[in-house]
Design a protein around this ligand. Structure first.
Ligand SMILES: Nc1ncnc2c1ncn2[C@@H]1O[C@H](COP(=O)(O)OP(=O)(O)OP(=O)(O)O)[C@@H](O)[C@H]1O
Ligand SMILES: [Mg+2]
Ligand SMILES: [Zn+2]
Length: 510
């Protein structure tokens, strides 16, 4: 006797539909799962058997083979349990034999006691089920809110085996979970605002430019200047996420197992601030069954590397490729998985070990060669991918004690959104969304200079011993500064400011 049910698997941050074929013969009882299952999938046998028995239902005493199709993708995890259970309950007539599972998709892990446990990646799996034409989706109660974000399907919250059986026998039919109205009101973190930051006008302006063009930024300064404070506030001046961005970000969080119970949608851009003791795989993603790393969890948001020189070189260097590509591909014998990694990188550091090199308020106690060594901890290739550098001096007493509030985030954000809107037309039909992702070809096309601007750049190029990379970087940033001015042409003033935002190379790294 052949019974078919459906479940869903995960590939990267995308789901795919899995057909669960259960074949049962009247023979010596046995139970086998085929279709490239991993160890956790194989263990479904024990879980399904125990859950059935401990819930008081019969487990069919037959020779059972479960085939998970398509057979060429390695199946991982425990989310197929519920689908296998449904098929077997139908074979044993606990669920009426006339029941059709054609429109159904079952997602969930079983415990030995018969309760249904939450799984990772429910949102992408439900999206895949819907796209495959499934309309009745059974999910663990803890994942119900997340699943109910998807429109066009009925989501049923299943807490245990009995709940599912009684739904299909008609003894206690489940009502679909109310569709989660995606809470799109929490676009920004509460309680933090640019108005909290006193002084540091240059750094604030640099943050505004970074936000407008999507540029990576490095903040350098002595302890307590406000570097961490500013970095955390970058989120508050970025445009709100679109619904599409929120779905992608939520998918990553779902796959990484980071959605809180009952959380349906990540609507605020993520801010990730990993400690410098993290490993390269934790940063960029990895593991036997690859899970997203910090760079993917920060997708559409901000990755903040505080105390940059403390990060081991192999860790910070692992950022190079994903910074370039906006995604990361992890290769395993089982196949390749790609996770998105489009984030803004913000780095902060002291200029030396004691923190006061170049400061006016305190003398630096470091030896010259130690300062050099400290700065050399930051790899050139990483510096190359950071368009903007800015120095934050220690605050003067008069600045710190200044009365009244500084400009609020909302006002800065309005200018950032204006600049991005202005740039949008330029990128029509191209695969880029902000100035930071312009390649050399785009730069030649969109960053033409007038004579005065050209002269300033030429002087800077020669005086600073700039590289071709440095030249492109300045043009990209100048384009953003012009966009903030809603100016089609890049003028001398725009170039001059962009050069300023790159002058620390010479001070610290030559
Ligand atoms: N510009 C500022 N305006 C208002 N308060 C500030 C400012 N800069 C620093 N502070 C105060 O000092 C505290 C420390 O600032 P912050 O952590 O941002 O410094 P930092 O530059 O990151 O220092 P460190 O190098 O030690 O990490 C803040 O929590 C805040 O209370
Ligand atoms: Mg700090
Ligand atoms: Zn020092």
């Amino acid at each position: 006797m052949l019974t078919c049910t459906y479940s869903a698997g995960l590939f990267g941050i995308d789901g795919y539909i899995v057909t669960v074929e259960c074949n049962a013969y009247s023979e010596i009882p046995s139970f086998e799962i085929v279709g490239l299952p991993d160890a956790a999938v194989k263990e479904a046998k024990q879980r399904v058997q125990a859950a059935t028995a401990n819930s008081g239902y019969f487990f069919p005493q037959m020779a059972i083979t479960v085939n998970l199709a398509p057979a060429d993708i390695k199946k991982e995890g425990s989310a197929f349990d519920l689908a296998i259970l449904a098929a077997l309950l139908k074979i044993s007539h606990s669920i009426p034999a006339t029941t059709s599972f054609d429109s159904c998709c079952f997602i969930g892990e079983l415990s030995f006691s018969g309760s249904v446990r939450s799984v990772r990646g429910v949102l992408p799996m439900v999206l895949a089920a819907r796209d495959a034409g499934k309309t009745d989706i059974f999910v663990p109660a803890e994942n119900a809110k997340e699943a109910a974000v998807v429109d066009g399907v009925r989501v049923y919250s299943v807490d245990c085996v009995t709940t599912m059986v009684e739904h299909f026998t008609g003894k206690a039919p489940l009502s679909p979970v109310e569709r989660t109205v995606a809470d799109f009101s929490k676009l920004y973190p509460a309680k933090i605002d640019f108005s909290d930051v006193k002084g540091q006008e240059k750094a604030k302006r640099a943050m505004e430019i970074a936000a407008a063009g999507g540029h990576n930024i490095l903040l350098i300064g002595p302890p307590g200047a406000g570097k961490s404070m500013l970095a955390k506030r970058l989120l508050t001046i970025l445009p709100p996420m679109t619904f599409g961005e929120a779905i992608t970000t939520t998918k990553v969080h779902s796959v990484a197992g980071l959605l809180g119970e009952g959380q349906a949608l990540v609507s605020c851009r993520p801010f990730r601030s990993p400690h410098h003791t993290l490993s390269a795989p934790a940063l960029v993603g990895g593991g036997k069954n690859p899970t997203p790393g910090e760079i993917s969890i920060a997708n559409n948001g901000v990755l903040f590397l505080d105390e940059l020189p403390e990060f081991p070189k192999n860790v910070s260097e692992s950022l190079r490729q994903p910074l370039e590509d906006g995604k990361i591909t992890i290769t395993r014998t089982a196949g390749r998985v790609t996770f998105p990694s489009e984030f803004m990188l913000v780095c902060a550091m002291n200029p030396c070990k004691c923190g006061y090199y170049g400061s006016k308020i305190r003398d630096c106690t470091c030896k010259k060669e130690d300062i050099k060594k400290y700065l050399a901890k930051i790899s050139g290739p990483l510096l190359d991918r950071i368009d903007i550098q800015v120095e934050l001096p220690a605050l003067e007493y008069s600045e710190l004690s200044q009365k009244g509030e500084s400009e609020p985030s909302a006002a800065i954000r309005e200018r950032v959104i204006g600049a991005r809107e202005f740039a949008k037309e330029r990128f029509e039909g191209l695969d880029i969304t902000c100035n930071a992702s312009m390649t050399t070809t785009h730069i030649r096309k969109f960053c033409a200079l007038d004579a005065a601007g050209d002269k300033i750049l030429k002087n800077a190029f020669e005086a600073m011993g700039m590289s071709a990379r440095g030249y492109d970087r300045i043009l990209r940033v100048a384009r953003t500064i012009a966009d903030l001015d809603k100016s089609e042409s890049i003028t001398a003033r725009h170039i001059a400011e962009a050069v300023q935002l790159r002058s620390l190379d010479r001070k610290y790294w030559n």
